[in-house]
Design a protein around this ligand. Sequence first.
Ligand code: SAM
Ligand code: SF4
Length: 330
Amino acid sequence: MQPLLDQHGRAATDLRVSLTDRCNLRCTYCMPAEGLDWLPTDEQLSDAEVVRLIGIAVRDLGVREVRFTGGEPLVRRGLVDIVTGVRALDPDVEMSITTNALGLARTAGALAAAGLNRVNVSLDTVRRDTFNEITRRDRFDDVVEGLGAAVEAGLGPVKVNAVLLRGVNDDQAPELLAWCVERGYQLRFIEQMPLDAQHGWDRTSMVTADEIFASLATRFTLTPASEPRGSAPAELFLVDGGPATVGVIASVTRPFCGDCDRVRLTADGQVRNCLFARSESDLRVAMRAGASDADIAERWRAAMWGKAAGHGIDDPTFLQPDRPMSAIGG
Ligand code: SAM
Ligand code: SF4
């Protein structure tokens, strides 16, 4: 095994796999109302191709954690088969999905039985009208049902990811936290990043981690959780002395690039060494041209070696990547 090293001393062990760029919600900070030009089917990796690439990552490249994302991973038909295939390759690799939870109530049991360990559910508000405004769909009840089903199926501890938008839900952080604490979900706020297809992100209007702390402090006492952050992006705090915690992922105002252990694979088989990378390495074409596992592993290592030291969002020369978040895999 030779790990995925870069020139800045980091090793990537956490693989994010996008299974589709399609989605059944239209979160305003992620996608335009009309959707996007989806990837052509023949450019998408098949289930067997996805499992083969994950196998190479786990066996030959030192990947220890696999997270399925998208787009919406639950709309990928072969999801349960992919999870089954990866679990057959390795009994110990940690496997999770990041999902909007629509339809999770139907599939949580099958996913757990196939060997999935955990789910992260994205939920930005617990008010139905705000949910409809952000996601442009009236599906709040499905998310709540999906969260409950995940716990019942043993896919916990369930984490909830939330993005705050100025003038929309930025006044709702304490009520979202109270709701999650009551139900045993671990809430993490994520600063909004310049990855939306519409290029609507604005540094001056994004809600910062400091504002999130100030808002939570109006209702809760937060104390730093004792464990060091390590390569985990969330700064963790005990809520009112614990045991409940809340996390804040300050990707923009307190970047954690120096500790990053992520690598990404898109639904069309491109390796991205960073969310904000401006270039990709094509494993799909190599694989379909007959490359061996060893050739693919070598291409993958070369792709990671060139990973930039940081995302440079605050740099005047910063350019948003061509692919939006939904096509990279968040
Ligand atoms: N559809 C799934 C979901 O929403 O969980 C998986 C894909 S989604 C792109 C993954 C995560 O990225 C979600 O938690 C979402 O809130 C977050 N996200 C999307 N656009 C973002 C942005 N511009 N800045 C920060 N987070 C974003
Ligand atoms: Fe879909 Fe997730 Fe993007 Fe919302 S954040 S539109 S659920 S991919």
